[in-house]
Design a protein around this ligand. Structure first.
Ligand code: NDP
Length: 329
């Protein structure tokens, strides 16, 4: 069936400006790290992408090595592009990344000009697009001079293969330096993509201060802590969950009693707000306006629908924030 997007799609979502750029991002964005590789049926992937866009999620996030196998999420996205998205390309904000291992040998990893430019060329072919809206250096590389990585990102924008560039997993001092280098080259850094959730608060203070001062956007990955903050693991590991299906990235030892005790204390706070715990967890990462968007994953369209409803209640009373602090102690 040809896809016709929901007419009211822009009424559902809210959008935030990304740093001091011209770009607005949806409060929730969809990542294709899991469930868009070779295991998940094409029809399920299609339903998730369509559901997201129907609810105003205009931003899809990929990386060269999302799969499995590496490259498969981009390859599948290329098929979705042909099936559904070509007529809507200008309504989408697409990102991809390079920085982790992608192909064998010395040129398929880290932060060299050689790797980043070759990788993006490959990504564009797999995704069936002429350009991406955003290209990231996926992680800092201590062995490549930052000037070289910055120069490659600048070259990528000037060549028209990406409209904007960003960084991911950079620590505050590294981010500050890269933001300065890129600004000096005339290609401002649009955004940083760090991990952030109620259970993982490393960005508070240090990185968020840098991004606020530099007026750079911030998109937080894994705001549900890979599903832990949905409450789904409180009674053990469900067979249809990530921890059961793909324990490489969510090992049973991360579902500790200590973590579950915190989740258990958070649940009544969410209930009192009239929200699911997952919805409160998403609203919570968005409480600081320095956070432009929360980058979720999903394994089925119902999860996307449920998560989008988080935007209906984003404000927190001081007592609620204090109760959350107590629960997380
Ligand atoms: P989340 O913390 O949002 O976890 C998503 C998972 O939680 C889903 O796949 C699903 O797993 C479960 N889930 C989501 N919503 C619900 C719900 N309403 N009810 C029950 N379960 C739910 O994020 P991810 O870990 O998936 O990461 C999101 C994105 O962030 C990635 O796709 C990627 O784009 C980006 N990322 C970037 C990284 C980087 O280094 N830059 C690293 C990691 C991620 P299930 O149903 O299978 O249990």
């Amino acid at each position: 069936m040809p896809y016709t997007p929901a007419e009211n799609r822009y009424d559902v979502m809210q959008y935030r400006r990304c740093g001091n750029s011209g770009v607005m991002l949806p409060l929730l964005s969809l990542g294709l790290w899991h469930n868009f590789g070779g295991i998940t049926p094409f029809s399920t992937q299609q339903a998730m992408l369509r559901t997201a866009f129907d609810h105003g999620i205009t931003h899809f996030d990929l990386a060269n090595n999302y799969g499995p196998p590496y490259g498969e999420a981009e390859r599948n996205f290329g098929r979705h592009m042909e099936a559904d998205w070509k007529p809507h390309r200008d309504e989408l904000f697409l990102s991809t990344k390079a920085g982790y291992d992608m192909w064998p040998g010395p040129y398929g990893d880290h932060g060299s000009r050689k790797y980043l430019i070759a990788s993006l060329d490959q990504s564009l072919k797999r995704m069936h697009v002429d350009y991406v809206d955003l290209f990231y250096h996926h992680r800092p590389d201590p062995d490549t001079p930052m000037e070289e990585t910055a120069g490659a990102l600048d070259q990528i924008v000037r060549s028209g293969k990406a409209l904007y560039v960003g960084i991911s997993n950079y620590q505050p001092e590294q981010a500050k330096k890269m933001i300065g280098l890129l600004r000096g080259l005339g290609t401002p850094c649009l955004i940083e993509q760090p991990s952030y959730s109620m259970l993982n608060r490393w960005i508070e203070g240090g990185l968020t201060d840098v991004l606020r001062t530099e007026q750079v956007g911030c998109i937080c990955f894994a705001p549900l802590q890979n599903g832990l903050l949905t409450g789904k693991y409180l009674q053990g590991i469900p067979t249809d969950s990530r921890a059961a299906r793909d324990p490489r990235y969510l090992k049973a030892d991360r579902i500790s009693e200590e973590t579950m005790a915190k989740v258990r204390k958070l649940q009544p706070i969410a209930e009192a707000r009239g929200q699911k715990l997952s919805q409160m967890a998403l609203a919570w990462v968005l409480r600081d306006p320095v956070v432009t968007s929360a980058l979720i994953g999903a394994s089925r369209p119902e999860q996307v629908r449920e998560n989008v409803a988080a935007v209906q209640n984003l404000s927190f009373a001081p007592e609620e924030l204090e109760a959350i602090e107590q629960a997380l102690r």
